[in-house]
Design a protein around this ligand. Structure first.
Ligand code: ADP
Ligand code: ADP
Ligand code: MG
Length: 540
């Protein structure tokens, strides 16, 4: 007999695992269930005129399902299969709620939705042609010139879609979604592969759109979500089994509840540990042995020059690497890995490097287990099981063929592969891309522990400031002009590094009562005060 709570489990209800003290009222009835034993969704996010509404929750929790309902692609069945559920019943279910008038329009089929999907790799496969052709054919709001300028797409309009980098494709996909004429906009992750400056621009454009039409934004870069959304719905449950979307909460409170791991109004614990941020910028561990000296070096390509100031890497530490796109971070990684040779120098080969590239693809039909076994002799050890496979959630994927994995799954496999190889130095380029918040937290821990256990150096390039904050012991900062020149400086202590990096960008973070960093509105009182004091990040 199936459990009445989730309709999936037989005996032990997965709700129990969540330690629900009191079931939220709306759990009396689901909004939609795909089949008697399939995924079931409770609650819907609420599009609100003039606002960006955030959705904060893991992948596989029903966000796309909710959008399909809100955009009229899926008629909800209230979990009933014996007969066709009428719109009258559905509207009755929502009577007295704020969603009623919205759903009345859905029932009348008068809703037009514009959607930016989470995974965008398919775009060059479906649309053949140039960036300009794709953007012009979708420019229903006549905003293309403005968007192209803001997102610096001007220079790539003549490029073939098939040749774009991930960061370029992300900005193109966002522009397409924002350019369409629609009643509501659903954006499923906009930040992967964008640097922090581009994330801020994307946030600004989304806010501007929201003045005209409601926007629902799923975003795992919480600092950006926090800045752009007014309210958030937390989505929790058990991915692939059931999802519960809470009522909207003010964004600060919602994000804090999410990080705390306790959703107060619903009285639900969603994680058994809180996420806490350091307010002072921890000091690095000077007791660590020196692993290597980064040589002073230069690398030139036609039109681009990278200078590396040098510095040392310590055993067991994670070095964060921050800097704009196109400023030479990947080139730096390739120099250390001996893939590129510095100008007038010789190949750098004093340490062995294991490298996870920024863009991960897999064409192979080898299984995940096969690939991991090739990378490590310790696959069968309990260490590997407990420190790598389980935390990264790879157990259920072991028999999957690499080419069939989703972006988030592939990312976790790529991180595991990188950490599985024997090396002195590990370099991971944007490990947060396509991971949800929970997976980012866990990945941070896995990477930090790997550095300690191996006595290796680990460098992590990332643009999610919370990830950088949590993972790094010290910081390497890239300065310069993207696409023209780059200068790698550091490693710095966290506080100095953050001040230097954010100072270059002109972005300051304040702290809320819980100590969580929040991006200041440009030119707000705090923004000006902190800039004057030279306090960009660790400040309270
Ligand atoms: P999210 O957008 O939060 O990642 P989705 O709404 O896409 O989640 O999916 C939630 C769950 O519903 C997943 O386990 C997915 O496999 C399942 N699902 C999605 N569409 C269907 C469908 N048409 N039939 C059965 N199950 C589905
Ligand atoms: P980041 O990783 O910081 O985004 P990259 O190191 O990938 O930056 O690139 C820095 C600059 O160097 C870019 O302008 C890029 O076009 C250029 N570049 C990178 N690799 C090559 C190469 N093999 N040949 C020519 N130019 C290159
Ligand atoms: Mg790069």
């Amino acid at each position: 007999e199936l459990c009445v709570g989730c309709g999936i489990c037989v005996k032990k209800c997965p709700f129990e695992a969540l330690d629900i003290i009191q079931l939220p009222e709306e759990l009396d009835a689901p909004i939609h269930r795909y089949g008697p034993n399939s995924f079931v969704l409770y609650g819907l996010p609420q599009p609100v005129a003039g606002k960006v509404t955030g959705v904060l929750g893991p992948n596989g929790i029903g966000k796309s399902t909710a959008v399909k309902i809100l955009s009229g692609q899926v008629k909800p069945n209230l979990g009933i299969f014996e007969r066709e559920v009428t719109w009258d019943e559905i509207l009755k279910f929502y009577s007295g709620t704020e969603l009623l008038s919205y759903l009345q329009q859905v029932a009348k089929k008068t809703i037009r939705a514009s959607i930016k999907p989470q995974y965008i790799d398919f775009i060059p496969k479906v649309f053949k042609g140039t960036v300009g052709e794709l953007l012009r054919s979708n420019d229903e709001r006549k905003m293309l010139d403005y968007y192209a300028k803001e997102l610096t797409l001007d220079t790539i309009l003549d490029k073939d879609l098939a040749t774009l980098s991930g960061g370029e494709l992300q900005r193109v996909a966002l522009t397409v979604a924002l350019s369409k004429e629609a009643d509501f906009y659903f954006l499923d992750e906009v930040t992967p592969f964008l640097d922090i400056y581009q994330r801020m621009i994307a946030a600004k454009l989304i806010r501007e759109l929201a003045d005209e039409h409601p926007v629902i934004l799923v975003e795992h870069d919480i600092a950006i979500l926090d800045m752009v959304a007014e309210t958030v719905h937390i989505a929790y449950g058990k991915p692939a089994a059931f999802g519960i979307i809470t009522r909207p909460k003010g964004v600060r409170i919602g994000v804090n509840q999410y990080l705390e791991g306790f959703v107060a109004e619903e009285n639900v614990r969603i994680r058994d540990y809180p996420v806490v941020f350091e307010t002072r910028g921890h000091e690095s561990d000077v007791e660590r042995e020196i692993l290597m000296q980064i040589p002073e070096m230069t690398k030139s390509f036609p039109g681009f020059t990278l200078k590396v100031a040098g510095g040392e890497v310590r055993r067991g530490e994670v070095l964060g690497i921050v800097g704009a796109n196109g400023i030479g971070k990947s080139t730096f990684a390739k120099l250390l890995a001996g893939v590129e040779i510095p100008d007038g120098g010789k190949r750098f080969d004093t340490v062995t490097v294991s490298y996870k590239p920024q863009y991960v693809t897999a064409a192979t039909s080898d299984t995940v287990e096969f690939l991991l076994r090739q990378a490590t002799k310790r696959f069968d050890s309990s260490y590997y099981q407990h420190e790598i496979l389980e935390p990264l959630g790879l157990m259920p994927l072991l028999q999957s063929e690499a080419k069939n994995l989703s972006g988030g799954e592939l990312q976790r496999v790529a991180i595991a592969l990188c950490l599985s190889r024997d090396a002195d130095l590990y370099i991971l380029d944007e490990p947060s891309a396509h991971l949800d918040v929970e997976q980012r937290l866990v990945t941070t821990k896995v990477i930090k522990r790997a550095a300690e256990d191996k006595g290796a150096g680990i460098m992590v390039i990332d643009h999610d400031m919370y990830t950088i904050d949590m993972i790094s012991e010290r910081l390497l900062v890239f300065d310069g002009a993207p696409g023209a020149n780059g200068l790698a400086t550091g490693p710095f202590e966290m506080k100095d590094g953050m001040n230097k990096f954010l100072g270059l960008l002109g972005i300051t973070f304040r702290r809320d009562k819980t100590g969580r960093p929040r991006i200041n509105k440009p030119d707000s009182y705090l923004d000006r005060e902190q800039k004057a004091a030279g306090e960009y990040y660790y400040y309270n």
